[in-house]
Design a protein around this ligand. Structure first.
Ligand code: HEM
Length: 420
Protein backbone atom coordinates (compact mmCIF):
# COMPACT_ATOMS: atom_id res chain seq x y z
CA UNK A 1 0.00 0.00 0.00
CA UNK A 2 1.20 3.52 -0.75
CA UNK A 3 1.72 6.06 1.99
CA UNK A 4 -0.89 8.49 3.19
CA UNK A 5 -1.06 11.40 0.77
CA UNK A 6 -3.00 14.58 0.28
CA UNK A 7 -3.99 16.41 -2.89
CA UNK A 8 -4.38 13.79 -5.61
CA UNK A 9 -2.91 15.89 -8.43
CA UNK A 10 0.53 16.17 -6.84
CA UNK A 11 1.12 12.45 -6.30
CA UNK A 12 1.55 10.66 -9.63
CA UNK A 13 -2.08 10.93 -10.59
CA UNK A 14 -3.38 8.74 -13.37
CA UNK A 15 -5.45 10.29 -16.18
CA UNK A 16 -8.93 8.76 -16.22
CA UNK A 17 -8.85 8.42 -19.98
CA UNK A 18 -6.93 6.67 -22.71
CA UNK A 19 -7.19 3.49 -24.75
CA UNK A 20 -6.70 1.08 -21.86
CA UNK A 21 -10.08 1.92 -20.36
CA UNK A 22 -11.41 0.75 -23.69
CA UNK A 23 -9.20 -2.26 -24.40
CA UNK A 24 -7.91 -3.59 -21.13
CA UNK A 25 -9.70 -2.23 -18.05
CA UNK A 26 -9.29 -5.33 -15.85
CA UNK A 27 -5.50 -5.25 -16.06
CA UNK A 28 -5.51 -1.46 -15.74
CA UNK A 29 -7.49 -1.56 -12.47
CA UNK A 30 -5.17 -4.30 -11.19
CA UNK A 31 -2.15 -2.08 -11.85
CA UNK A 32 -3.81 0.94 -10.27
CA UNK A 33 -4.50 -1.12 -7.15
CA UNK A 34 -0.93 -2.41 -7.10
CA UNK A 35 0.54 1.08 -7.47
CA UNK A 36 -1.90 3.13 -5.39
CA UNK A 37 -3.87 0.84 -3.09
CA UNK A 38 -7.65 0.95 -2.71
CA UNK A 39 -7.98 4.67 -3.52
CA UNK A 40 -6.11 5.96 -6.57
CA UNK A 41 -5.43 9.63 -7.36
CA UNK A 42 -6.71 10.38 -10.86
CA UNK A 43 -7.08 13.43 -13.06
CA UNK A 44 -10.04 14.21 -15.30
CA UNK A 45 -10.08 16.35 -18.47
CA UNK A 46 -8.19 19.60 -17.87
CA UNK A 47 -6.07 18.09 -15.06
CA UNK A 48 -8.93 18.21 -12.56
CA UNK A 49 -8.06 15.96 -9.59
CA UNK A 50 -10.29 13.27 -8.06
CA UNK A 51 -9.99 10.01 -6.15
CA UNK A 52 -10.97 6.71 -7.78
CA UNK A 53 -12.31 4.25 -5.18
CA UNK A 54 -11.11 0.82 -6.33
CA UNK A 55 -11.58 -1.29 -3.20
CA UNK A 56 -14.82 -3.21 -2.64
CA UNK A 57 -14.79 -2.50 1.09
CA UNK A 58 -13.94 1.18 0.63
CA UNK A 59 -16.69 1.56 -1.96
CA UNK A 60 -19.17 0.12 0.52
CA UNK A 61 -17.93 2.61 3.06
CA UNK A 62 -18.29 5.58 0.69
CA UNK A 63 -21.74 4.67 -0.66
CA UNK A 64 -22.96 3.60 2.79
CA UNK A 65 -22.25 7.01 4.42
CA UNK A 66 -24.17 9.63 2.41
CA UNK A 67 -23.55 12.34 5.03
CA UNK A 68 -19.75 12.12 5.01
CA UNK A 69 -19.57 11.23 1.30
CA UNK A 70 -22.33 13.40 -0.07
CA UNK A 71 -24.04 13.48 -3.46
CA UNK A 72 -24.13 17.27 -3.19
CA UNK A 73 -21.78 18.45 -5.94
CA UNK A 74 -21.84 22.02 -4.58
CA UNK A 75 -19.34 20.81 -1.97
CA UNK A 76 -16.67 20.35 -4.65
CA UNK A 77 -13.45 22.27 -3.93
CA UNK A 78 -12.59 22.48 -7.65
CA UNK A 79 -15.48 24.58 -8.98
CA UNK A 80 -13.28 27.70 -9.31
CA UNK A 81 -11.08 25.81 -11.80
CA UNK A 82 -13.86 24.32 -13.90
CA UNK A 83 -14.29 26.11 -17.25
CA UNK A 84 -17.80 26.83 -18.53
CA UNK A 85 -17.23 24.47 -21.47
CA UNK A 86 -15.74 21.60 -19.43
CA UNK A 87 -16.74 18.44 -21.33
CA UNK A 88 -17.80 16.58 -18.18
CA UNK A 89 -20.24 19.27 -17.02
CA UNK A 90 -23.30 17.45 -18.36
CA UNK A 91 -22.36 14.51 -16.11
CA UNK A 92 -20.86 16.24 -13.07
CA UNK A 93 -23.21 19.17 -12.80
CA UNK A 94 -23.62 21.97 -10.30
CA UNK A 95 -26.93 23.11 -8.85
CA UNK A 96 -28.76 20.35 -10.68
CA UNK A 97 -32.23 19.64 -9.52
CA UNK A 98 -32.53 15.90 -10.14
CA UNK A 99 -32.68 12.95 -7.73
CA UNK A 100 -28.98 12.34 -8.39
CA UNK A 101 -27.89 15.49 -6.55
CA UNK A 102 -30.65 15.65 -3.93
CA UNK A 103 -29.59 14.72 -0.39
CA UNK A 104 -31.08 13.96 3.02
CA UNK A 105 -34.79 13.60 3.74
CA UNK A 106 -35.86 15.12 0.42
CA UNK A 107 -33.80 12.46 -1.35
CA UNK A 108 -35.50 9.66 0.60
CA UNK A 109 -39.03 10.78 -0.31
CA UNK A 110 -37.99 11.40 -3.89
CA UNK A 111 -36.36 7.97 -4.27
CA UNK A 112 -39.54 6.46 -2.77
CA UNK A 113 -41.67 8.37 -5.29
CA UNK A 114 -39.61 6.94 -8.18
CA UNK A 115 -39.65 3.42 -6.77
CA UNK A 116 -43.41 3.50 -6.21
CA UNK A 117 -44.07 4.85 -9.70
CA UNK A 118 -41.95 2.06 -11.26
CA UNK A 119 -43.41 -0.58 -8.99
CA UNK A 120 -46.87 0.27 -10.31
CA UNK A 121 -45.90 -1.17 -13.69
CA UNK A 122 -47.53 -4.57 -14.13
CA UNK A 123 -44.64 -7.04 -14.63
CA UNK A 124 -46.55 -9.02 -17.27
CA UNK A 125 -47.27 -5.87 -19.28
CA UNK A 126 -43.61 -4.84 -19.01
CA UNK A 127 -42.49 -8.18 -20.43
CA UNK A 128 -45.15 -8.02 -23.15
CA UNK A 129 -44.05 -4.52 -24.21
CA UNK A 130 -40.45 -5.69 -24.35
CA UNK A 131 -41.46 -8.71 -26.47
CA UNK A 132 -43.57 -6.61 -28.83
CA UNK A 133 -40.93 -3.97 -29.41
CA UNK A 134 -38.24 -6.67 -29.75
CA UNK A 135 -40.32 -8.49 -32.39
CA UNK A 136 -41.02 -5.31 -34.29
CA UNK A 137 -37.35 -4.30 -34.34
CA UNK A 138 -36.28 -7.80 -35.42
CA UNK A 139 -38.91 -7.70 -38.20
CA UNK A 140 -36.98 -4.79 -39.69
CA UNK A 141 -33.83 -6.86 -40.29
CA UNK A 142 -34.70 -10.57 -39.99
CA UNK A 143 -35.05 -11.07 -43.77
CA UNK A 144 -31.61 -9.61 -44.45
CA UNK A 145 -29.34 -12.23 -42.87
CA UNK A 146 -27.07 -9.71 -41.15
CA UNK A 147 -27.35 -6.79 -38.75
CA UNK A 148 -25.45 -4.67 -36.27
CA UNK A 149 -27.16 -5.64 -33.02
CA UNK A 150 -26.03 -2.48 -31.25
CA UNK A 151 -27.28 0.14 -33.74
CA UNK A 152 -30.44 -1.64 -34.88
CA UNK A 153 -31.55 -3.35 -31.69
CA UNK A 154 -29.82 -2.73 -28.33
CA UNK A 155 -29.68 1.06 -28.82
CA UNK A 156 -33.41 1.20 -29.47
CA UNK A 157 -35.17 -1.41 -27.35
CA UNK A 158 -34.70 -0.13 -23.76
CA UNK A 159 -35.69 3.46 -24.59
CA UNK A 160 -38.79 2.31 -26.49
CA UNK A 161 -39.96 0.18 -23.57
CA UNK A 162 -39.15 2.88 -21.01
CA UNK A 163 -41.00 5.51 -23.08
CA UNK A 164 -44.05 3.23 -23.17
CA UNK A 165 -44.15 2.64 -19.40
CA UNK A 166 -43.46 6.30 -18.60
CA UNK A 167 -46.58 7.24 -20.58
CA UNK A 168 -45.39 8.38 -24.03
CA UNK A 169 -47.42 7.44 -27.07
CA UNK A 170 -45.59 5.27 -29.59
CA UNK A 171 -45.59 8.16 -32.10
CA UNK A 172 -43.64 10.39 -29.70
CA UNK A 173 -41.39 7.53 -28.53
CA UNK A 174 -39.45 7.23 -31.80
CA UNK A 175 -38.14 10.79 -32.08
CA UNK A 176 -37.47 10.58 -28.34
CA UNK A 177 -35.28 7.50 -28.74
CA UNK A 178 -33.31 9.28 -31.48
CA UNK A 179 -32.73 12.31 -29.28
CA UNK A 180 -31.60 10.16 -26.34
CA UNK A 181 -29.04 8.43 -28.55
CA UNK A 182 -27.93 11.80 -29.99
CA UNK A 183 -27.49 13.13 -26.46
CA UNK A 184 -25.52 10.08 -25.32
CA UNK A 185 -23.29 10.13 -28.43
CA UNK A 186 -22.11 13.53 -27.23
CA UNK A 187 -21.46 14.82 -30.76
CA UNK A 188 -22.87 17.81 -32.66
CA UNK A 189 -26.52 16.78 -32.20
CA UNK A 190 -26.09 16.19 -28.43
CA UNK A 191 -27.40 19.55 -27.28
CA UNK A 192 -30.43 19.44 -29.59
CA UNK A 193 -31.07 15.89 -28.33
CA UNK A 194 -30.98 17.00 -24.68
CA UNK A 195 -33.31 19.93 -25.45
CA UNK A 196 -35.80 17.70 -27.23
CA UNK A 197 -35.71 15.21 -24.35
CA UNK A 198 -36.37 17.99 -21.82
CA UNK A 199 -39.21 19.52 -23.85
CA UNK A 200 -40.76 16.07 -24.33
CA UNK A 201 -40.82 15.47 -20.58
CA UNK A 202 -42.61 18.76 -19.87
CA UNK A 203 -45.09 18.02 -22.67
CA UNK A 204 -45.69 14.55 -21.19
CA UNK A 205 -46.40 16.09 -17.78
CA UNK A 206 -48.81 18.63 -19.30
CA UNK A 207 -50.63 15.78 -21.08
CA UNK A 208 -50.80 13.68 -17.90
CA UNK A 209 -52.04 16.59 -15.77
CA UNK A 210 -54.87 16.95 -18.29
CA UNK A 211 -55.53 13.23 -18.61
CA UNK A 212 -53.83 10.95 -16.08
CA UNK A 213 -53.22 7.35 -17.13
CA UNK A 214 -51.87 4.08 -15.80
CA UNK A 215 -48.25 5.12 -16.30
CA UNK A 216 -45.13 6.15 -14.42
CA UNK A 217 -45.46 9.91 -15.12
CA UNK A 218 -49.06 10.02 -13.85
CA UNK A 219 -48.06 8.18 -10.68
CA UNK A 220 -45.18 10.61 -10.09
CA UNK A 221 -47.58 13.56 -10.45
CA UNK A 222 -50.06 11.97 -8.04
CA UNK A 223 -47.39 11.18 -5.39
CA UNK A 224 -48.30 12.56 -1.94
CA UNK A 225 -44.82 14.17 -1.73
CA UNK A 226 -46.21 16.81 -4.15
CA UNK A 227 -43.19 17.23 -6.37
CA UNK A 228 -42.99 20.12 -8.81
CA UNK A 229 -43.14 19.50 -12.55
CA UNK A 230 -39.53 20.69 -12.69
CA UNK A 231 -38.48 17.98 -10.21
CA UNK A 232 -40.49 15.26 -11.94
CA UNK A 233 -39.23 16.23 -15.41
CA UNK A 234 -35.63 16.17 -14.15
CA UNK A 235 -36.14 12.74 -12.63
CA UNK A 236 -37.84 11.36 -15.73
CA UNK A 237 -34.84 12.53 -17.74
CA UNK A 238 -32.49 10.69 -15.36
CA UNK A 239 -34.73 7.62 -15.51
CA UNK A 240 -34.69 7.78 -19.30
CA UNK A 241 -31.01 8.52 -19.97
CA UNK A 242 -29.54 6.64 -16.98
CA UNK A 243 -31.98 3.81 -17.61
CA UNK A 244 -31.55 3.36 -21.35
CA UNK A 245 -27.81 3.29 -21.97
CA UNK A 246 -26.67 0.86 -19.25
CA UNK A 247 -29.54 -1.48 -20.13
CA UNK A 248 -28.54 -1.34 -23.82
CA UNK A 249 -24.92 -2.04 -22.83
CA UNK A 250 -25.97 -4.87 -20.50
CA UNK A 251 -27.73 -6.52 -23.48
CA UNK A 252 -24.80 -5.89 -25.82
CA UNK A 253 -22.11 -7.07 -23.39
CA UNK A 254 -24.13 -10.20 -22.52
CA UNK A 255 -24.73 -11.08 -26.17
CA UNK A 256 -21.03 -10.56 -26.89
CA UNK A 257 -20.19 -12.99 -24.09
CA UNK A 258 -22.67 -15.56 -25.37
CA UNK A 259 -21.43 -15.26 -28.95
CA UNK A 260 -17.73 -15.42 -28.14
CA UNK A 261 -17.42 -17.80 -25.18
CA UNK A 262 -17.72 -21.55 -25.72
CA UNK A 263 -19.39 -22.01 -22.35
CA UNK A 264 -22.41 -20.20 -23.75
CA UNK A 265 -22.10 -20.83 -27.48
CA UNK A 266 -23.13 -24.47 -27.15
CA UNK A 267 -26.50 -23.53 -25.71
CA UNK A 268 -27.32 -20.41 -27.70
CA UNK A 269 -30.63 -21.60 -29.07
CA UNK A 270 -33.17 -22.20 -26.38
CA UNK A 271 -30.48 -21.49 -23.79
CA UNK A 272 -32.68 -19.57 -21.40
CA UNK A 273 -30.68 -20.62 -18.40
CA UNK A 274 -27.48 -19.40 -19.92
CA UNK A 275 -29.00 -15.99 -20.72
CA UNK A 276 -29.42 -15.34 -17.00
CA UNK A 277 -25.93 -16.67 -16.31
CA UNK A 278 -24.35 -14.53 -19.00
CA UNK A 279 -26.15 -11.44 -17.73
CA UNK A 280 -25.02 -12.13 -14.18
CA UNK A 281 -21.46 -12.75 -15.25
CA UNK A 282 -21.43 -9.48 -17.21
CA UNK A 283 -22.43 -7.53 -14.10
CA UNK A 284 -19.38 -8.98 -12.36
CA UNK A 285 -16.80 -9.01 -15.14
CA UNK A 286 -17.83 -6.48 -17.77
CA UNK A 287 -20.30 -4.14 -16.11
CA UNK A 288 -21.77 -1.30 -18.18
CA UNK A 289 -21.32 1.03 -15.20
CA UNK A 290 -17.49 1.02 -14.89
CA UNK A 291 -16.97 4.28 -13.02
CA UNK A 292 -19.59 6.64 -11.64
CA UNK A 293 -19.26 10.28 -10.59
CA UNK A 294 -19.39 10.91 -7.76
CA UNK A 295 -19.41 11.73 -4.09
CA UNK A 296 -17.98 14.79 -2.33
CA UNK A 297 -16.34 14.66 1.10
CA UNK A 298 -18.29 16.81 3.57
CA UNK A 299 -15.22 17.21 5.82
CA UNK A 300 -11.58 16.11 6.05
CA UNK A 301 -11.39 12.36 6.60
CA UNK A 302 -9.31 9.23 6.03
CA UNK A 303 -10.22 6.45 3.64
CA UNK A 304 -8.16 3.46 2.56
CA UNK A 305 -5.00 5.03 3.97
CA UNK A 306 -5.56 8.33 2.18
CA UNK A 307 -6.18 11.76 3.58
CA UNK A 308 -9.31 13.07 1.85
CA UNK A 309 -9.90 16.81 2.14
CA UNK A 310 -13.29 18.45 2.56
CA UNK A 311 -14.75 18.99 -0.91
CA UNK A 312 -12.61 16.36 -2.69
CA UNK A 313 -14.48 14.37 -5.32
CA UNK A 314 -14.54 10.59 -5.14
CA UNK A 315 -15.41 8.51 -8.19
CA UNK A 316 -17.05 5.14 -7.65
CA UNK A 317 -14.85 2.51 -9.31
CA UNK A 318 -17.60 -0.10 -9.61
CA UNK A 319 -15.83 -2.33 -12.13
CA UNK A 320 -12.57 -2.29 -10.16
CA UNK A 321 -14.38 -3.04 -6.89
CA UNK A 322 -16.21 -5.99 -8.48
CA UNK A 323 -12.80 -7.44 -9.31
CA UNK A 324 -11.16 -6.61 -5.97
CA UNK A 325 -8.90 -9.59 -5.13
CA UNK A 326 -9.91 -9.25 -1.48
CA UNK A 327 -13.47 -10.36 -2.35
CA UNK A 328 -12.56 -12.47 -5.39
CA UNK A 329 -10.07 -14.60 -3.54
CA UNK A 330 -10.30 -17.59 -5.88
CA UNK A 331 -10.11 -15.40 -9.00
CA UNK A 332 -12.98 -17.35 -10.55
CA UNK A 333 -15.65 -16.13 -12.91
CA UNK A 334 -18.74 -15.55 -10.81
CA UNK A 335 -21.98 -16.75 -12.26
CA UNK A 336 -25.02 -18.49 -10.92
CA UNK A 337 -26.92 -15.91 -8.97
CA UNK A 338 -24.33 -14.26 -6.74
CA UNK A 339 -25.61 -10.69 -6.73
CA UNK A 340 -23.03 -9.06 -4.50
CA UNK A 341 -21.58 -7.04 -7.41
CA UNK A 342 -21.62 -3.25 -7.06
CA UNK A 343 -22.74 -2.56 -10.62
CA UNK A 344 -26.03 -1.01 -9.45
CA UNK A 345 -24.26 0.94 -6.71
CA UNK A 346 -24.96 0.58 -3.00
CA UNK A 347 -26.60 2.56 -0.21
CA UNK A 348 -29.23 5.29 -0.43
CA UNK A 349 -28.28 6.45 -3.92
CA UNK A 350 -28.02 2.98 -5.46
CA UNK A 351 -30.12 2.25 -8.52
CA UNK A 352 -33.66 1.86 -7.14
CA UNK A 353 -34.62 -1.86 -6.89
CA UNK A 354 -37.65 -1.57 -9.21
CA UNK A 355 -35.36 0.17 -11.76
CA UNK A 356 -32.94 -2.74 -11.53
CA UNK A 357 -35.81 -5.17 -12.10
CA UNK A 358 -37.08 -3.12 -15.04
CA UNK A 359 -33.62 -3.17 -16.63
CA UNK A 360 -33.36 -6.90 -16.06
CA UNK A 361 -36.72 -7.68 -17.70
CA UNK A 362 -35.96 -5.49 -20.74
CA UNK A 363 -32.44 -6.86 -21.25
CA UNK A 364 -33.34 -10.52 -20.67
CA UNK A 365 -36.44 -10.36 -22.86
CA UNK A 366 -34.49 -8.58 -25.57
CA UNK A 367 -31.84 -11.31 -25.61
CA UNK A 368 -34.32 -14.18 -25.40
CA UNK A 369 -36.51 -12.91 -28.23
CA UNK A 370 -33.46 -12.33 -30.43
CA UNK A 371 -32.17 -15.86 -29.83
CA UNK A 372 -35.64 -17.36 -30.35
CA UNK A 373 -36.12 -15.54 -33.64
CA UNK A 374 -32.55 -15.99 -34.97
CA UNK A 375 -31.41 -19.30 -33.47
CA UNK A 376 -28.25 -19.64 -35.57
CA UNK A 377 -27.08 -16.04 -34.99
CA UNK A 378 -23.29 -15.82 -35.12
CA UNK A 379 -20.59 -13.15 -35.08
CA UNK A 380 -19.84 -11.65 -38.50
CA UNK A 381 -16.30 -10.66 -37.45
CA UNK A 382 -13.60 -12.18 -35.29
CA UNK A 383 -14.10 -11.63 -31.56
CA UNK A 384 -10.84 -9.60 -31.38
CA UNK A 385 -12.25 -7.13 -33.89
CA UNK A 386 -15.07 -6.05 -31.58
CA UNK A 387 -14.36 -2.64 -30.04
CA UNK A 388 -15.67 -0.69 -27.06
CA UNK A 389 -16.62 2.95 -26.88
CA UNK A 390 -13.64 5.02 -25.66
CA UNK A 391 -15.16 5.91 -22.31
CA UNK A 392 -14.03 5.30 -18.72
CA UNK A 393 -17.67 5.68 -17.56
CA UNK A 394 -20.14 3.42 -19.35
CA UNK A 395 -18.65 0.35 -21.03
CA UNK A 396 -20.32 -0.94 -24.15
CA UNK A 397 -19.62 -2.13 -27.68
CA UNK A 398 -19.40 0.28 -30.61
CA UNK A 399 -21.04 -2.39 -32.77
CA UNK A 400 -21.85 -6.10 -32.76
CA UNK A 401 -22.14 -7.29 -36.37
CA UNK A 402 -23.85 -10.69 -36.71
CA UNK A 403 -25.06 -13.01 -39.46
CA UNK A 404 -27.97 -15.48 -39.39
CA UNK A 405 -30.23 -17.45 -41.73
CA UNK A 406 -32.81 -14.99 -43.12
CA UNK A 407 -36.25 -15.58 -41.71
CA UNK A 408 -39.68 -14.06 -42.50
CA UNK A 409 -41.00 -11.11 -40.52
CA UNK A 410 -43.83 -11.80 -38.08
CA UNK A 411 -45.62 -8.59 -38.99
CA UNK A 412 -47.40 -8.43 -35.65
CA UNK A 413 -48.64 -5.01 -34.55
CA UNK A 414 -46.13 -3.78 -32.06
CA UNK A 415 -44.50 -0.41 -32.30
CA UNK A 416 -47.64 1.26 -33.55
CA UNK A 417 -50.14 -1.05 -31.93
CA UNK A 418 -51.02 1.44 -29.19
CA UNK A 419 -51.14 -0.82 -26.13
CA UNK A 420 -50.54 1.98 -23.62
C1 HEM B 1 -28.21 -2.26 -16.47
C2 HEM B 1 -28.97 -1.25 -16.13
C3 HEM B 1 -28.62 -0.25 -15.04
C4 HEM B 1 -27.46 -0.11 -14.32
C5 HEM B 1 -26.19 -0.95 -14.40
C6 HEM B 1 -27.68 1.00 -13.40
C7 HEM B 1 -26.74 1.46 -12.50
C8 HEM B 1 -26.94 2.50 -11.61
C9 HEM B 1 -25.99 2.95 -10.62
C10 HEM B 1 -24.58 2.37 -10.44
C11 HEM B 1 -26.55 3.94 -9.91
C12 HEM B 1 -25.96 4.61 -8.70
C13 HEM B 1 -25.29 5.92 -8.97
C14 HEM B 1 -24.68 6.46 -7.70
O1 HEM B 1 -24.56 5.75 -6.68
O2 HEM B 1 -24.28 7.62 -7.69
C15 HEM B 1 -27.87 4.16 -10.47
C16 HEM B 1 -28.75 5.12 -10.04
C17 HEM B 1 -29.99 5.31 -10.58
N1 HEM B 1 -30.61 4.55 -11.56
FE1 HEM B 1 -29.82 2.96 -12.50
N2 HEM B 1 -28.94 1.49 -13.60
C18 HEM B 1 -29.55 0.75 -14.58
C19 HEM B 1 -30.82 0.89 -15.07
C20 HEM B 1 -31.72 1.82 -14.61
C21 HEM B 1 -33.07 1.96 -15.09
C22 HEM B 1 -33.74 1.07 -16.16
C23 HEM B 1 -33.61 3.03 -14.44
C24 HEM B 1 -35.00 3.58 -14.55
C25 HEM B 1 -36.04 2.86 -14.87
C26 HEM B 1 -32.60 3.54 -13.54
C27 HEM B 1 -32.78 4.60 -12.67
C28 HEM B 1 -31.86 5.07 -11.78
C29 HEM B 1 -32.07 6.21 -10.90
C30 HEM B 1 -33.33 7.06 -10.80
C31 HEM B 1 -30.90 6.37 -10.14
C32 HEM B 1 -30.63 7.45 -9.09
C33 HEM B 1 -30.84 6.93 -7.72
C34 HEM B 1 -30.51 7.96 -6.65
O3 HEM B 1 -29.64 8.82 -6.86
O4 HEM B 1 -31.14 7.87 -5.60
N3 HEM B 1 -31.48 2.79 -13.67
N4 HEM B 1 -28.10 3.25 -11.50
Amino acid sequence: MTSVSGCPVSHGSVPLSGPRFQSDPVQLYRELRRDHGAIAPVVLDGDIPAWLVLGYRELHQVTGDPVLFSRDSDLWNQWDDIPADWPLLPMIGRKQNSILYTVGERHSVRAMMISNALEGVDPFSLKRYAEEFADELIDRFCTKGSVDIIADYAKLLPALVLARIYGFSDETAHPLVDSINDMIDGRERALAGAEHLGASMFQLLADKHAEPGDDVASRMIADPGRFTDEEIAQDLMVMMAAGHQPTADWMGNSLRLMLTDDRFAASLSGGRHSVAEAMNEVLWEDTPTQNVAGRWAARDTHLGGRHIRAGDMLLLGLAAANGDPQVRTDGSALTGGNNAFLSFGHGEHRCPFPAQETAEVIARTGIEVLLDRLPDVDLAVRAEQLTRRPSPWLRGLTDLPVIFTPTPALGRPGLHGGHA
